[in-house]
Design a protein around this ligand. Structure first.
Ligand SMILES: [Mg+2]
Length: 246
């Protein structure tokens, strides 16, 4: 009789083990949690004015004093509220939010504190804010984004950004890229690296004009196959886009 009891108990244990889901062994915090990344400039912050007034380190227009830039967002940059709301949506549902910028990291802790104040949660350099400047190919001299390396290391699922480089980084890292539409003032100031530069003379490397840009926005899909986050409403005058009222 005793052997029968042991046999029955063993059968029950084996049956229970076979029926338990494999996901039971995973840490609960992983289930359903997204890792979402955001670019900073013209994605989370409208920072055009910060860049326009920033001192230069040399005559090279790209050679900005980033030690100054990273400490002056509180004076010259404005939070892009629809994106802040989106970040709040992800955070409130328990998803992880990261920031990846092509700015150099000098004085980056100050930018982290500014984002903390603006977004209402703690942001820390090299914890959830990463500085990933472009690198130059020594053979061709071409500058290229390095954000894909951080996106891959973090294991992000989605990456939001305004620039063509952000979409390239998302593609190379193999994650979903979502395009944040640039403020029209930034489109005028920094047309390069945005939908192939719709403000320049057409050519094989710059095939899109204003009408093409409007078509991309209307259809909600960009040239890299990325989806477009509709921050700005189309206006009857296509050169003027406006942020929707809340
Ligand atoms: Mg940007």
């Amino acid at each position: 009789m005793k052997y029968v009891q042991v046999f029955v108990i063993s059968l029950v244990l084996i049956f229970s083990a076979c029926n338990s889901s494999k996901t039971d062994t995973l840490p609960e915090k992983v289930l359903g949690k997204l890792k979402v990344g955001f670019d900073i400039d013209d994605t989370v912050l409208f920072s055009r004015d910060n860049f326009l007034v920033a001192p230069h380190m040399s005559d090279d227009p790209d050679h900005l004093d980033y030690a100054w830039v990273n400490t002056h967002d509180s004076l010259h940059s404005v939070l892009i509220q629809p994106v802040a709301d989106l970040i709040g949506f992800f955070k409130s549902h328990g998803h992880e939010v990261y920031f990846i910028t092509a700015r150099p990291g000098i004085n980056g802790a100050t930018l982290a504190r500014h984002l903390s104040r603006e977004l209402g949660f703690k942001v820390e350099k090299n914890i959830d804010l990463f500085f990933s400047p472009k690198r130059k190919d020594p053979k061709t001299g071409v500058k290229y984004t390095t954000k894909h390396e951080v996106i891959a290391q973090l294991g992000l699922h989605i990456f939001y950004g305004d620039a063509d480089n952000d979409m390239v980084a998302a593609c190379v890292a193999g994650v979903r890229g979502v395009r944040i539409v640039r403020d029209p003032r930034s489109v005028e100031s920094y047309s390069s690296n945005y939908f192939g530069d719709t403000r320049s003379e057409s050519g094989p490397d710059k095939p899109y004009k204003e009408a093409d840009y409007q078509r991309f926005l209307t259809q909600g899909v960009g040239p890299y196959g990325e989806t477009i986050f509709p921050i700005y409403q189309l206006s009857p005058n296509p050169s003027e886009l406006s942020v929707p009222e809340k």
